[in-house]
Ligand binder design. Structure first.
Ligand code: SAM
Length: 262
């Protein structure tokens, strides 16, 4: 497609390296029972390799200028649904209802400008794929896979950790893309937890975590003024923590215990 103008506003940095494409697709361990969602196929670098392995693909692309090219490239496949829609606003769950599947995977080289909104959508709308293999900006990968007691540990890390085990698989140099982006990337694997923490009321948990991280520099005593601090303090003490701790010091299980007892 000679005349194609890459659109920065859509985060279009396409993979050019065959080995990288194989490495990403192989990391997802797609099999003939898998239903795979791809977000942003671009010129289909990952798409054909995904469709070679999976039962069915659901592919979301925002840029209608890629329609002719993609339809031509996928001409030999019949196991996909190609939707020219904005992933952030489309109703994914409605589409999923049409399919019977043993496992749901999400595989994508994500547009970097909306990585966090995409992940938030997946969690909030409970599009809870069994495995998610995504290439994202390296700094964002560090934030998603951050451990407690580090500066990258955030409310999103806690929410993600409730649903998923998150592992950084490998870093990718910016030279592997055209056009070349300004930042390096990482591929991460998110595997749905087999046994989740037992949260009694997800809304209370969500609010507690958000409130705890409201002002990152403030401690829990200040961020959680409107709560029963005595009760919270008793739980914190069991874990050698206190109201002087900051949200970044609180592991998922402690947030859960507090949420279940307030
Ligand atoms: N998968 C291709 C590759 O790896 O070469 C392209 C990846 S490129 C980083 C991101 C792709 O996401 C682009 O094709 C872009 O048009 C598409 N995209 C951007 N915003 C989107 C959105 N809101 N919904 C669906 N696709 C989007």
């Amino acid at each position: 497609m000679e005349k194609f103008k890459f659109k920065k506003k859509y985060g279009q940095n396409f993979i050019t390296d065959e080995n990288l494409i194989n490495k990403i697709v192989n990391s997802a361990e797609i099999n003939t029972e898998s239903l795979v969602i791809e977000i942003g196929p671009g010129m289909g670098a990952l798409t054909t390799k995904i469709l070679d392995k999976c039962k069915q693909g659901i592919i979301y692309e925002i840029d209608t200028e890629l329609k002719e090219y993609l339809e031509h490239k996928l001409n030999n496949y019949d196991n996909y649904e190609l939707l020219f829609e904005d992933f952030l606003t489309t109703n994914v769950k409605e589409v999923l209802k049409k399919y019977k599947y043993k496992e749901l995977l999400i595989v994508a080289n994500l547009p970097y400008y909306i990585t966090t909104p995409i992940i938030k959508k997946i969690i909030e709308e409970e599009i809870l794929a069994d495995k998610i293999v995504i290439m994202i900006q390296k700094e964002v990968a560090d934030r998603f896979s951050a451990k407690v007691n580090t500066k990258d540990y955030s409310s999103l890390t806690v929410f993600l950790n409730y649903y998923y085990d998150i592992k950084k698989l490998f870093n990718v140099s910016k030279n592997m893309f055209y056009p070349k982006p300004e930042v390096d990337s990482s591929v991460i694997l998110m595997s749905k937890k087999k046994e989740k923490e037992n949260i009694e009321d997800i809304n209370i948990f969500n609010k507690l975590v958000k409130d705890s991280f409201k002002y990152k520099r403030k401690n829990l005593r200040n961020n959680l003024k409107q709560y029963d601090l005595e009760k919270i303090d008793l739980i914190l003490q069991k874990y050698n923590l206190s109201l002087n701790s900051r949200a970044e010091n609180i592991p998922l299980n402690v947030f859960v215990e507090i949420a279940n007892n307030i």
